[in-house]
Design a protein around this ligand. Sequence first.
Ligand code: AMP
Length: 584
Amino acid sequence: MPFDIIAKPATPDSNLPDYDAVCAGFSWEAARSELDGLPGGGLNIAHEAVDRHVAAGRGSVVALRWLGKQGDVRDFSYADLAAATGRFADALTRLGIGRGDRVFSLAGRLPELYIAALGTLKCGAVFSPLFSAFGPEPVRARIERGSGRVLVTTPALYRRKVAGWRHEVGSLDHVILIAGPDDELPEGTLNFAALLDAGDPQFPAAATKPEDMALLHFTSGTTGLPKGAIHVHEAVVAHHITGRYALDLRPGDIFWCTADPGWVTGTSYGIIAPLTNGATMIVDEAEFDADRWYATLQDRKVTVWYTAPTAIRMLMKAGDDLPKKYDLSALRFMSSVGEPLNPEAVEWSQRVLGRPFHDNWWQTETGGIMIANYASMDVKPGSMGRSLPGIEAAIVQRREDGGVEPVEAPMTLGELALKKGWPSMFRGYLNDEERYAKCFAGDWYLTGDLAMRDADGYFWFVGRADDVIKSAGHLIGPFEVESALMEHPAVAEVAVIGKPDPIVGETVKAFVALKPGFEPSEALRRELQGHARTRLGPAVAPKEIDFRKNLPKTRSGKIMRRLLKAREFGLPEGDISTLESDEA
Ligand code: AMP
């Protein structure tokens, strides 16, 4: 190993002081008994996250400390959140929204977004967050596929991304706008603040059952449109316990998860887990800025910080002197997720910030952290850590009969698999049973990631088994980008790949073959880029477009993205026996 192990502290201050002992004594039933549940066997995430604390006399603790872009700060105690989410749940109920109905959000990190998320769960409906930097097409595709009945958004986002198609999506009954006092509301929309005013702050959490659908998170695959991963209220058991073990959360912590709630991390660990664990969560409305981030850690006395490799690399780029200007002594635990955390970043954090980032691994489908580095364990820079108590992770290889076999020999390459049955495991892809079934082999859920495990049980990420792109921690499906480019009249064929990037991990690159009558030119390249940006939004649109006469295809006509990638980066071309046309 090229990087030195960072030895655990001599007297670790950790919620998991003895990993082996906790794993041996762990049961999901015991984990569940730490939560309240509802009378009659019900379980509701909003109750566990908010109302439970109020009932136990902790209502005055700050649950959400919101930092506005302009420096304004708003605090919401657990009691405030209980009342606001009650009001929103009541408002939804009066609009005829109930069990199983889908409520989407499309907003920046505003307090109302958090109220909407928890209020939706409280009313028994299903919350589905969208990333506010998506363009109109990804927004529409997800709301349409999810049969969204309600959308909570802002007037500006509504005008830019929704108004153009709203009436073509029949399921979308209500649009609720988070508007300022002077905003004029477009026709056919409702005012979030007015709905809250009229709602009942005492509205009790709906008596949802543990297996009732609670969250719908869209995620991308190699082929087809985004898939809606279904999570149920029972997932809160995993959110809670993984928050405790993998993020080391405790009551009284000041916790800052920098992920946007438009993505799964920003919901499981940017809303639910910190609240069930009784912490105060910091929500910063502003985008990344190294100075602002260090100042936030210092001024807000953040004790536990959960961020992502892209942000860490940007902090590294901002220099080693900058953090020295700040007092970061309140920080107890730092962790990272979403993409491979390079060992250099772990080594940097130990040297410059005085503590290591603890990498952890999970994905939309797992609903919660599955593999992590813990405060009480040596950190091996470059490793994702060991599986959570209650989680059985393995490296498997496929057998010829379609089954899989766990491999025991250390550092053998295979697919990362998890023994099914943990509470936050996704329960399906919405309306796509076949795709869901394909994710499993016997008792194993196959993650689609390639990895290895060493003799000490630490997992090492190797790569993805598919063509999905990870850019700044966001999963991007090549098919969605290709489909948007194909709409342009000049485009005959297109393939999209991830191009390695030192800061954001990968950027989106497209290869385009033009229709007869069109010639490659700088002007056309810019036009295609503009087209993609308008349709998809800047977070998803390709940063680079190259023209090709033809794209390499298999005999069955599938474009070989892998081959394009190998050629682009001078990698071995692998098996090209199925290659049909190949005129570069
Ligand atoms: P998402 O479903 O968008 O959360 O993306 C999940 C995928 O991100 C995983 O399947 C991995 O490919 C990648 N990922 C997440 N965490 C890590 C990590 N700690 N190291 C490497 N890759 C990661």
